[in-house]
Design a binder for this molecule. Structure first.
Ligand code: TYM
Length: 333
């Protein structure tokens, strides 16, 4: 069986980018008999950005309900909250001791924060927590603890998976072959879903379309997508259009080809956005109903998460950590 693992940070409300980049492909692979799936809520990671306990808890509930509404079957996969598996943080330390600091210096998220400080004329590391700097090591612990083979993510996470391989390799080199080196899985069509302003859809850019916002809001947001209004009725280049890229992420090959032709024929932006709204709504509406029903029963979600983590710790996390402790020279707990 191939082990597939992916997580979502509980720092906000899930958006269409999370859905097409990670949730949809992960749920699809979870139904395959040759796959053992690990899907989790990255709440330790959330603390790096969000220091508002109520928001972390709310987001955890929303993201858990999202996974379930999108078809994850908790009886058939490992579904858990990262902080319910504290073995992760212990492995985080073992990996910290082999991870190259120079590699972490090159992490995109850290470098972007340093660049921002430089532009503002501040010290390089002003306001940057050690947690942000160490982010890739914690993520490597998530992946290596369960020896995942494949990690389906959006393009923004590729560097993190490469770092996980690097840290795993260093550990293996020092202590023997303990870790499987993970492979990244990217859906090319939707590797980076654009947001309302054309940049990557991201909580940090405030340009997201929430996955389960009410229908009316979905429509309003789609109509607010920034478009080039220079030639409203003229031929349009599908490849440089956010509206087209979003459409493509929700349509099959035939619909996509028809829309490409419509762009060449000069479809109006209003009409293109209406078609996009209808396409997204058709896929999301049935899931939204399930989501709302789940959100009304938070106690059930909590039970599912606790059971999932308890089983996972017993079956995988504790034995794995025991072996790793022995490998580095720490006693059995
Ligand atoms: P996060 O929470 O930022 O995003 C969750 C997943 O959604 C993908 N994604 C996108 N895909 C396409 N287009 C977009 N605009 C877009 N925005 C987000 C992300 O690539 C990601 O796959 N560090 C991770 C969480 C994490 C993790 C892990 C993932 C922690 N440990 C171990 C995999 C394995 C993160 O912050 O993702």
């Amino acid at each position: 069986q191939t082990r597939v693992l992916t997580g979502i940070t509980t720092s906000g409300t899930p958006h269409l980018g999370n859905y097409v980049g990670a949730i949809r492909p992960a749920v699809a692979s979870s139904h395959r008999v040759d796959v053992e799936g690990f899907y989790f809520l990255a709440d330790y990671h959330a603390l790096i950005k969000v220091q508002d306990p109520a928001r972390v808890q709310r987001s955890t509930l929303e993201i858990a309900a999202t996974w379930l509404a999108c078809g994850l079957e908790p009886g058939k996969v490992w579904f858990y909250r990262q902080s319910d598996v504290p073995e992760t943080t212990e492995l985080n330390w073992l990996l910290t001791c082999v991870a190259g600091k120079g590699i972490l210096n090159r992490a995109h998220a850290y470098k972007a924060s340093v660049d921002k400080n430089r532009e503002a004329g501040e010290d390089d590391d002003a306001g940057i927590s050690a947690g942000l700097f160490m982010y890739p090591v914690l993520m490597a612990a998530d992946i290596l603890l369960f020896n995942a083979h494949k990690v389906p993510v959006g393009r923004d996470q590729i560097q993190h998976i490469e770092m996980a391989r690097d840290f795993g390799q260093r550990f293996n080199h020092l202590y023997g072959e303990h870790f499987t080196l993970p492979e990244v899985v990217i859906e090319e069509q939707v590797a980076t879903l654009p947001g309302l302003d054309g940049r990557k859809m991201s909580k940090s850019y405030d340009n997201t379309i929430p996955l389960f916002c009410p229908r009316e809001q979905l429509k309003k947001l789609i109509y607010s997508i920034v478009t080039d209004s220079r030639a409203p009725g003229g031929p349009k280049d599908a490849d440089t259009s956010n509206v087209f890229q979003l459409y493509q992420a929700f349509a099959d090959a035939q619909e996509t080809a028809a829309m490409r032709q419509a762009f060449a024929d000069g479809i109006g932006w209003g009409e293109a956005k209406q078609a996009l709204f209808e396409r997204i709504d058709a896929e999301i509406s049935p899931l939204r109903e399930k989501y709302e029903a789940l959100m009304a029963r938070p106690g059930e979600i909590e039970t599912i998460l606790r059971d999932g983590a308890a089983r996972l710790r017993e079956r995988h996390a504790r034995p794995a950590l025991q072996a790793l402790r022995a490998a580095v020279g720490l006693r059995d707990l």
